[in-house]
Design a protein around this ligand. Sequence first.
Ligand SMILES: [Zn+2]
Length: 115
Amino acid sequence: MHEVTMMRNVVDAVLEQAMQHEGSSIGQVRLVIEASDHLSEEGVRQLFAMLAANTPAAQAIVDVAWEPAQYQCILCRQIFPCDHPTADVTCPHCGGMAMPVSHSVACKIASIQVL
Ligand SMILES: [Zn+2]
């Protein structure tokens, strides 16, 4: 479960920020995540809520901005960005089957609002 590990890292980083401001809580977290066919904004929020339960980040509003994922065609080896990955992404150049270039979902924290 890459997503759980990814979100655990996010929650850890967020809580570290909260810890530096004693008694504070997290208002909003902005994430930039590489588009993935098995991850939705709703799924990200659910994971965050689950992992942040009973912490200062429990009430945080999670905003997600998606970055295109990089796919590579298995036939012509072209690499192209894909905004809306599905289970079967096809190559825009030759119509061949394409696979994600990276096997883990890249996630960056854009900002953390500490209340
Ligand atoms: Zn191709």
